[in-house]
Design a protein around this ligand. Structure first.
Ligand SMILES: Nc1ncnc2c1ncn2[C@@H]1O[C@H](COP(=O)(O)OP(=O)(O)O)[C@@H](O)[C@H]1O
Ligand SMILES: C[C@@](O)(CCOP(=O)(O)O)CC(=O)O
Ligand SMILES: [Mg+2]
Length: 387
């Protein structure tokens, strides 16, 4: 049970290859980013459950006795979503971000309480460094943080003991449970998630994910990537549904494209393994060509966008190769960087001039973990302090 406040965080992700195809059992390669979602949970004695979500401008609270009443009729059945929406006061006036963020929380709170015993009065704040709804897996990082906090609060998993180390993690079995519950949060937000995003947010590093199973790549080369946010908003749920429609309409045309994306993921994995064993510049042209081919495929399945074409064009003028990452339709692109800082700086300037926002990052950040307050950056402490 929750005796004291806890602060935890989970990373966002970029998909090197395999977005969308992974929903149909193909392989994806996903990397954890060092942009994270932070959650602080603290026990409270005001008989309420409060959740404050500054990224989406939402703060909601419910009396625990009302949640207890709802629990008596809650089975976790997705058909009960409409009843949950009504309870939460979710109307069409709310943005999709607010509705889905609130609904995912309520769904996880009730489902976890139904299975392990009701979670007592708590106050929760979730804040993210990740832009939401841009393909960097903010929904998964959010679901993983909620699952870990709620499972710890009801005692379904232990509370790792803080040591002098600034970062503490749960056991493998407990992480597996966090991942499985986070997947259910993703189902509320995405409709039909593959599970790749919640897996990489839970486990971190670099993962190959296929048909619900993942393998962590043991040796990974030091790769730098540039993330570019086109700021064109999009919804993963709508894009995943649009790909489904296209596959149903043109199965003979779309299925070979998905098979080719699968082959790209496997090819990329082999190149990364070889590169980790003997780092050499000779691998870059291969990785770059795989980016180009996959970007064409993603356009074919209908998840491209003129803003993403722009990113590819601008970076190409600097000899760099880009593709969309995540659901596409706008959102973010990733650009593979060679170890030449001059080339990168020039590309960044041109991308900023288009109104895009860029971050340079490396791949393979740690997954869900617990933090001591003293280890948190001032920016995060500032968000959590008022509560
Ligand atoms: N920090 C957060 N606070 C509240 N809701 C969040 C947060 N991060 C993500 N979400 C929820 O996830 C949704 C975005 O998920 P999605 O469309 O899958 O995009 P992505 O996962 O690429 O960011 C948001 O609209 C919101 O409902
Ligand atoms: C398109 C997809 O492959 C990734 C979606 O990622 P994001 O929500 O756009 O960050 C869907 C999925 O794998 O569940
Ligand atoms: Mg998502």
């Amino acid at each position: 049970m929750l005796a004291k406040p806890l602060t935890l965080s989970a990373p966002g992700k970029a998909i090197l290859h395999g977005e969308h195809a992974v929903v149909y059992g193909k392989a994806a390669l996903a990397v954890a980013l060092n942009l994270r979602t932070f959650l602080r949970i603290k026990p409270s004695n005001n008989g309420k459950v409060l959740i404050h979500l500054p990224n989406i401008g939402t703060s909601v609270n419910w009396e625990t006795f009302r949640l207890r009443t709802l629990l008596t009729v809650f089975s976790g059945n997705p058909e009960q979503m409409d009843a949950l929406k009504e309870f939460a006061g979710i109307t069409t006036e709310l943005s999709a971000a607010e509705s889905l963020g609130t609904l995912a929380f309520l769904y996880l709170y009730l489902s976890i309480s139904a299975k392990y015993g009701q979670i007592p009065s708590v106050e929760i704040v979730v804040w993210s460094e990740l832009p939401t709804g841009t393909g960097l897996g903010s929904s998964a990082a959010y679901s993983v943080c909620l699952a870990a906090a709620l499972l710890t609060a009801c005692g379904a998993i232990g509370c790792p003991v803080e040591t002098e180390k600034s970062i503490v993690r749960w056991s493998e079995e407990e992480m597996d449970l966090i991942n499985r519950w986070a997947f259910r949060g993703e189902q509320v937000i995405h409709g039909k998630p593959s599970g790749v995003d919640n897996s990489v947010a839970t486990w971190g590093g670099v993962l190959r994910f296929q048909s619900g199973k993942f393998t962590s790549l043991k040796r990974v080369p030091t790769l730098r990537i540039l993330l570019t946010n086109t700021k064109v908003s999009r919804s993963t749920k709508i894009l995943v549904a649009s790909v489904k429609d296209k596959i149903l309409k043109f199965p003979a045309i779309m299925n070979p494209v998905l098979a080719s994306i699968d082959a790209i993921s496997h090819e990329c994995e082999s190149v990364l393994e070889a590169m980790a064993v003997s780092p050499s510049q000779e691998y870059y042209p291969v990785l770059e060509e795989l980016f180009d081919i996959n970007q064409h495929h993603l356009n074919v399945i209908g998840v491209g966008h003129s803003s993403l074409d722009n990113v590819c064009r601008v970076t190409a003028t600097h000899g760099l190769h880009s593709k969309l990452t995540g659901a596409g339709g706008g959102g973010c692109a990733i650009t593979l960087l060679r170890p030449d800082p001059l080339m990168v700086e020039a590309a960044r300037q041109d991308l900023s001039a288009c109104g895009f926002e860029c971050w340079e990052t490396s791949i393979g950040a740690p997954g869900i973990c617990l933090h001591s307050l003293s280890s948190l950056k001032a920016e995060v402490l500032h968000i959590f302090n008022p509560v």
